[in-house]
Ligand binder design. Sequence first.
Ligand code: SF4
Ligand code: SF4
Length: 459
Amino acid sequence: MDFRDTIGVLDKKGGVKRMYPKSVDGVLFKARNAFGLTLVAFLFAAPFVQINGQQALLFNILERKFVIFGQIFFPQDFYIFALAMLTFLVFIILFTVVFGRVFCGWACPQTVFLELIFRRIEFWIEGDANAQRRLNEGDWTTEKIWKKTLKHTIFWIVSFSIANIFLAYLVGTAELQKLVTHSPLDSPTLFVSLLIFTGAFYYVFAHFRELVCIIVCPYGRLQSVLLDNKSIVVAYDFVRGEPRGKMNKNEPASTPPKGDCIACGLCVQVCPTGIDIRNGTQLECINCTACIDACDEVMVKIGRPKKLIRYDSIEGITQKKPLRFTARIAAYSTVLVLLLGLLTYFLLSRKEVEMTVFRTQGLLFQQPDSLTISNLYNLEIVNKTNEKLDLVLKVKDGTVKMVSQDTRISVIGQGTVKTSFFILIQKKDIHSYKTKLKIEAYDANGKLITDAETSFASP
Ligand code: SF4
Ligand code: SF4
């Protein structure tokens, strides 16, 4: 049980061990490569795609403006954002309960960039695991200097590109373009941020690497509480594989039969987190599937069926049980469906122009003349569209009188306006000391744009 007390990427003194995983090229790697590179292409393209005149995806935390597929979300929509995050979290939990860390191996940006881009560049320049080890442990020859220079230069360029895209998501492509086409002194904060992000990405992908998954990522830590014997994970079929042992053609026929594992160690050599999956599910396993591909290759060579290491549950291996719809899955699914329903409702009922009306605090009502009662209101209009709006307020059975001279309220695209107005109602039309009112805002063409409810106080 030594493996439970140690981490594959640390030595006995707690120092970080450099990992030299062997390169793999199996069916799953090819599928993961195609999927991962598609994700990278999407990630790099999305900020430059325009929908409804907006950047397709924008997460401007500083200005509290978020755009998702052309829809602008303001701080007023934060509840939708919070609900979307909660739904995503439940989805991830449900997904993990059923399929383990599939997300880590196939879609996590850390794995995708590290395994499919940075590690591939390293293989291309420095060769496979043994060549890399020899190069690192050898003297500084001319070959070592140029290989290291080339590799780290490309790593910096890729990190710089990722940092640019990261900024495009945070501040928008227009700001990024300004930074690229003008002197850095014109946008010093952005320029320094770009350098910091570039350095951070370079450090993570060139040096820190799989330690992110093992000691930083909170999702990895959650595995121990989310996985059970029914979860599908990358697993070694110990029923079929054990007792393991080297193949020996000269063994006498009386030798007891061995399992399918020939103890070649290839599954360990390809593992980027340095673990032996034959010891069982471990915290370090990011479900990268490299050991599946490696073992399949071995099985083909020795004429045994593939999938000695495969996606399966512990119950699947020991009892040959297929995945079942358990009570836990049913509970998570119900919560997920409810959250999705709520999210859909909020998204569909979300207004593009939002109006909030409050009766001014400290003032109950005024009597401008013997026949009329008036109330003073504060109003805020948030225009989430790109168009400028000129609005006129109307109220049934009453008259709206703006505090300012202008009877129209102008709100620029993606802008907010705060103002005050009176509502005057004839005494004969008032039947209660607190009357419910609906304030409606019409545009210049007489089209109802938005409305809000408030109350009218009277003696
Ligand atoms: S690659 Fe397969 S056969 Fe080789 S040690 Fe691993 S499990 Fe055993
Ligand atoms: S055990 Fe297999 S799936 Fe898990 S990280 Fe190692 S190589 Fe990847």
